[in-house]
Design a protein around this ligand. Structure first.
Ligand code: ATP
Length: 365
């Protein structure tokens, strides 16, 4: 099996999923295909028929053999979106997403927030140069582990509890991943956001771990910020931030706010990775931040640029780091020339934006 510069296998599992996931991944797949055909990257694209349609057809969510093949022989997964009104319980989404996230222990959700054009920045007096940071969201702990429950449900005495799980190992490794990223990218600061004034036990663990991990990175300033204040500062002056690290729930909220600073959900990409203590990685899961958006499904309205940027992140994960910047330049051009969908001020459909990206990228490769 072919290897990539990262040492990871070159096989990529393609999982369009549901709704607009299919439409945007069709464009992302063309990008990866172009790299294979035109640039000769040894990519093997493996299309997976998983998602709501498959679940409704035969009950399959995440077969064990597929999970094992991905774990043992793939370098990356490209996922579109999961979520379908026909599956209100989201059984398939849970099995697939949590299957990969928890099964592969992909503890770092990495979300770059970079404005590629002044036009995409909604803040008065701010421009694209002010929005360029990355959020490291803890991806395997916190309230998302589903611990808790209801007591006396449906009665006036009902009690509802959701536990916020934080482990020393989990906190330390996401902090270290953020510092490693900062070091590798020449950043000067890492901000850790928590709510330690209200959530004292977990806050104390995050605070102590942050101070200790920061000592391993003497060139990088470790700054603490309460998460509520972070939301304020991100609006007032996002240029303060380079790397932000936070827990699962705060990361979820902050990254939606951050997405709004650089063009909205149609421009936000993400990768979920596991970084080993020596800095090496395993198969990673790459997906645009947006969901399946049933309201615009099948209308050729979905912005595919988040998925295109996600492909850049995926290629960087496999070791082709310079391609992330190349893809970013092409996306920037699409925005600048108005070759984009309505959500970012253009008038083109999903497929036409894809054609533009492929044409420009082909000219560069
Ligand atoms: P989820 O699947 O996470 O439950 P959702 O699919 O209902 O969420 P999101 O994807 O989070 O919704 O997006 C909210 C709205 O933003 C969508 O309903 C859609 O109108 C818009 N939107 C999301 N992604 C895109 C995109 N790529 N292009 C254009 N509009 C988008």
């Amino acid at each position: 099996m072919a290897q990539t510069p990262s040492g990871l296998p070159s096989k990529i599992a393609i999982l369009p999923g549901d709704g607009i996931g299919n439409e945007v991944v069709a464009v992302g797949r063309r990008v990866l295909d172009l790299y294979r055909e035109k640039k000769g990257l040894p990519l093997e694209l493996w299309d997976l028929d998983l998602g709501a349609d498959r679940y409704l057809r035969d009950g399959t969510t995440m077969p064990k053999e597929i999970f094992e093949e991905v774990r043992d022989h793939c370098g990356a997964i490209l996922l579109g979106a999961l979520g379908d009104p026909r599956v209100p319980g989201l059984e398939h989404a849970r099995d697939i997403l949590f299957g990969f996230r928890f099964g592969l222990d992909l503890f770092a959700n990495v979300r770059p927030c970079k404005a590629l054009d002044d036009r995409l920045v909604p803040l008065k007096g701010r421009s694209a140069k002010d929005v360029n940071f990355v959020v490291f969201r803890e991806n395997t702990e916190g309230v998302y582990v589903g611990m808790g429950g209801n007591f006396k449900k449906g009665t006036p005495d009902e009690v509802a509890i959701n536990e916020d799980l934080n482990t020393r190992k989990g906190v330390e490794r996401i902090l270290r991943a953020a510092f490693q990223h900062a070091k590798a990218h020449g950043n000067r600061t890492v901000h850790m956001a928590d709510k330690s004034n209200a959530m004292r036990a977990s806050g104390d663990l995050w605070q102590r771990s942050f101070k200790e991990v920061a000592r391993e990175y003497p060139g990088i300033e470790a700054k603490h910020v309460y998460v509520d204040a972070l939301c304020l500062y991100l609006i007032q002056d996002p240029s303060k931030f380079e790397v932000i690290v936070t827990n699962n729930l705060f990361g979820d909220i902050v990254t939606d706010l951050a997405a709004a600073l650089h063009g909205g959900l149609g421009m936000a990409c993400s990768g979920s990775v596991h970084v080993k203590p020596d800095g090496s990685k395993i198969v990673g899961l790459f997906e645009p931040v947006h969901g399946s958006a049933p309201d615009i499904q099948g209308k050729d309205l979905a912005n595919p640029l988040a998925c295109v940027l996600t492909c850049g992140q995926l290629l960087a994960h496999l070791g082709w780091t310079e391609e992330e910047a190349r893809i970013e330049r092409v996306v920037q051009l699409a925005i600048r020339e108005g070759k984009c969908t309505r959500d970012v001020g253009g008038a083109l459909g999903t497929k036409a934006v894809g054609d533009f990206v492929i044409e420009r990228l082909a000219a560069e490769l």
